[in-house]
Every structure is written in structure tokens, then in C-alpha cells.
Design a protein around this ligand. Structure first.
Ligand SMILES: [Zn+2]
Length: 445
């Protein structure tokens, strides 16, 4: 089929539509219509027969493809992408020293120019339309990464990694690192935060409590508050990490308290992992409306632990999914849904079936899209296919995940179950942000 009308809005698509609904529940249209206006905003997402008379310069029929909201990846490390899939069997702190710090040390402008555009195409090919990224410690490479995101069209939140303890960058003397890192981060935020009407945003990014002094945590959190940008870091991923955090931050009562004392908790904060938390810490995250990036494939890959998802959801914490590449081996959020579902099934088995029931496929779809958007405070703009939202959309081919050719389903939970448990590398045929087609996926024809 000729998909060229779908490169830029406005356009109309006839397809299956599967989406969580902001007010609750899921919408599935086996024969649906999606209209996107010239600004890239959805004007119609509903049954075809109710809207077939609407003028829309000829709807493009892509059935049996399914339109979903684009996936939101809340936690991923751009410089680490080349390492994805390597390092199984190591624990976090050894893995960082062996594989990651050497890789990030080389992430200069030349590497970023080569890697960033390829990474954004890979995100789009995996179905991810919003990515929340850590860069490396070098300011110029972040400008390169932002410029590549601006050109590609992906929705991206990026931050320069801040480390004033145990950094891999030895060009600055220890007494300079704090001041330089804060200034460079503030400058990057000034240049890029809210670029293209908020498609690009900045996140102040202290790596984690071991790599940062209390001063760095506090000053970076103050910058995030004063600029309205995000603040992102890692929390309670690994048992050896917990012991080291207690050693280097003896003033704090627990890990969450390290960030709390810094003023780092709040609605624009994204904490990755958050596996090993006390009841007090869970309650404090809920009380401060701090969001969690749940990274299940990473947590399995580095033997970090199994996040008690149901407990956090019951506490009312905003949660989305993160690939955490390259601690996570897979960029695909669909693959991370599978890892998360398997983890929760494992917890259920180990509790002799007395724990909470594992989530179903449509609950996972909601976490991966609207959940991530809510964690970012962007659920009024993205995260579902509903009139008035920006058209961050993917088209997936259910035929590629069929167990044998010809097997199909018109049931939304069954469709989502196969996309998560039998993901195919080419199943995402197209991805749009604000109705603009992204390079990366193979295409509709
Ligand atoms: Zn991470």
C-alpha cells in the first residue's frame, strides 16, 4: 500500500485500535479509525462505521495492523547501547567497573554523532516513542545527542550524568567536579529543555548515591526545581549497592532518605529500580508523589532482585517501565513486559499462590504507555489514543506473532499477550510522534 500520506499529518488511518483509556479500562476497535490533524493531534479514535463519512483526504487502510500508543521507556542509558546483551552473571558494581565505565568514558562527540541517530532509529523500531535517557558525563556529547533527537523526531528526555565521587572522568580535579558539573548541566537545560514545544526536555541526572556527594544531590535537585526540569537517578537496585550507600551516606536513615535529605523527591523525579525498600521508604515515595521506573529485564539480567510491583501499586506510586539498556539486554518495552510478567509470576509461585494475582496483558499495556506518561506528568498529552492527545502511535503486525500462519484473534488481551510473550523484531511496522513518521521501523508495505 502507499503509506506516503502517513509521513506527515494530517492523515486518517483505518486499522485495529488497542489503547488504554485515561478514565480507566481499555478500548479495542477491530475496525477502527484514527484521524490526526495538521498539528499532530488526534481528533478521532473510534469505530470506523461511526466516522467513515468524515473528510480526511482518504483514509489509508492498514488492517489487520493494530495501532497502539507508542511505548514509553522511562530509563535507558544512551552510551551503553553497544553493550546490550553482554555481562550476564555479574552483579551491578562489578558490571559497572568492567563494562560500563570504560564505554561511557569514550562517549565523546564523535561517538555520539555515530551512535545517537542509530539509537533513536532502534527505539522507533522497537515501538518506543518516548525515551528517558542518561548520557555520559561530557557536556558536548549531550548537545550532539539532543540535536540528533531533534532531527529524528522521537520524544526524548535527556540528562548529562553527574558524578563527583568515583567518576570515570579524571580530567577534572576532584575540587572542580561539583561546580563544573552543575554549571554544564544548567547550561544544557537552558539550551534544550522544552525545545520543540516540549518534545525535548531535560533531566538533571546524578548517577546514584554512591557516585555523588550530598552536595551534588542537593544542588542538582535545586536546579531541577528552579528550572521545572526532571531529576532522575537510581535507587535500591542491588544488595551490595545498599551496603555501600549506607557506608558513604551515614547521615541518612535509609536509601530513600539520602535523596529525601537532598530535596530530590517529588512529582518530577524518576527513580529507577527501587527494588529493596522498607515500608517506610515505600510510604515516603507515595507521600512525595515520586515516580518509579520499573526495569524488570535489567533486574533479572544482573540478578538484582524482583520488584514487588503490586505492593507499590497498592501504595499509589506512579510507575512506568524502563528497558535500562544495557543492564537490560533488550530495548523493546514489549520484551520488558514479558520479563516483568515472568518476574511477577515467579513471586506469585514463591509465595505459594498467596500473594497478589499477577497482572494481565492489558494491565501491562497500560503500565508501558499511560503509566509511563503519568510518571512523567505527560498523561494529558500522550500515553493513549484518545481525541485531544498528541499522536504518538505505533502500528504493529499481529501476523508476525501468530504461532502458526493464519491464527488470529479479535480479543484485545489475546492480541497484547502475543505481542508481549512472542515479540518479533519486525512486528512494529511504523511509529509516529505528533503524527510525524519516525525513521527506524521497516514500513507499512
Ligand atoms: Zn540505569
Amino acid at each position: 500500500m502507499d503509506s506516503s500520506p502517513l509521513r506527515r499529518p494530517p492523515f486518517a488511518i483505518r486499522a485495529r485500535i488497542l489503547t488504554p483509556v485515561t478514565a480507566g479500562g481499555t478500548r479495542y476497535e477491530h475496525d477502527g479509525r484514527l484521524d490526526v490533524d495538521a498539528q499532530g493531534v488526534i481528533t478521532t479514535a473510534g469505530p470506523w462505521h461511526e466516522h467513515q463519512e468524515a473528510p480526511a483526504n482518504g483514509a489509508v487502510d492498514i488492517r489487520p495492523l493494530v495501532l497502539l500508543p507508542g511505548m514509553v521507556d522511562l530509563h535507558v542509558h544512551l552510551p551503553q547501547l553497544p553493550n546490550a546483551g553482554v555481562g550476564a552473571g555479574l552483579h551491578l558494581l562489578d558490571w559497572l567497573e568492567r563494562y560500563i565505565f570504560p564505554l561511557e568514558r569514550d562517549f565523546d562527540v564523535a561517538v555520539a554523532e555515530r551512535l545517537a541517530p542509530a539509537a533513536y532509529r532502534a527505539f522507533a523500531a522497537a515501538g518506543t516513542t518516548t525515551a528517558v535517557l542518561y548520557g555520559a558525563v561530557y557536556e558536548p556529547s549531550l548537545d550532539t545527542a539532543f540535536a540528533a533527537a531533534e532531527a529524528h523526531g522521537i520524544r526524548a528526555i535527556l540528562g548529562k550524568v553527574m558524578m563527583d565521587r568515583g567518576s570515570y572522568d579524571h580530567r577534572l580535579s576532584p575540587d572542580q567536579v561539583l561546580e563544573v558539573s552543575l554549571r554544564q548541566s544548567a547550561d544544557l537545560c537552558g539550551r534544550w529543555h522544552m525545545r520543540d514545544r516540549g518534545r525535548l526536555r531535560y533531566a538533571f541526572t546524578p548517577r546514584f548515591a554512591i557516585s555523588c556527594t550530598a552536595d551534588m544531590l542537593r544542588e542538582s535537585a535545586a536546579l531541577a526545581r528552579s528550572t521545572g526540569a526532571y531529576w532522575q537517578t537510581h535507587l535500591a537496585e542491588d544488595r551490595a549497592e545498599l551496603r555501600e550507600v549506607a557506608r558513604v551516606h551515614p547521615e541518612a536513615s535509609d536509601y530513600v532518605d539520602v535523596y529525601d535529605r537532598a530535596g530530590g523527591l517529588g512529582p518530577r523525579t524518576i527513580l529507577a529500580h527501587a527494588i529493596h525498600l522498607s515500608e517506610r521508604e515505600v510510604a515516603r515515595l507515595a507521600e512525595t508523589d515520586t515516580a518509579i521506573a520499573h526495569c524488570p529485564a535489567s533486574n533479572l539480567f544482573l540478578s538484582s532482585g524482583a520488584m514487588p510491583l503490586a505492593r507499590y501499586q497498592a501504595a499509589g506510586i506512579r510507575i512506568g517501565l524502563g528497558s535500562d539498556v544495557s543492564a537490560g539486554p533488550e530495548l523493546s518495552i514489549f520484551a520488558n513486559i514479558r520479563a516483568g510478567a515472568n518476574t511477577q509470576s515467579g513471586l506469585h509461585v514463591l509465595a505459594d499462590g498467596r500473594g497478589p494475582e499477577p497482572l494481565g496483558p492489558l494491565d501491562w499495556l497500560r503500565l508501558a504507555t499511560l503509566g509511563g506518561a503519568r510518571a512523567l506528568g505527560l498523561d494529558a498529552e500522550i500515553g493513549s489514543l484518545e481525541a485531544g492527545k498528541e499522536a504518538d502511535v505505533i502500528a504493529v503486525d499481529p501476523r508476525l506473532v501468530a504461532p502458526v500462519p493464519g491464527v488470529d484473534s479479535g480479543d484485545p488481551a489475546e492480541i497484547m499477550s502475543r505481542l508481549a510473550f512472542r515479540p518479533h523484531p519486525d512486528m512494529v511496522r511504523a511509529a509516529w510522534v505528533r503524527g510525524r513518521l519516525l525513521d527506524g521501523p521497516p514500513g507499512l508495505s
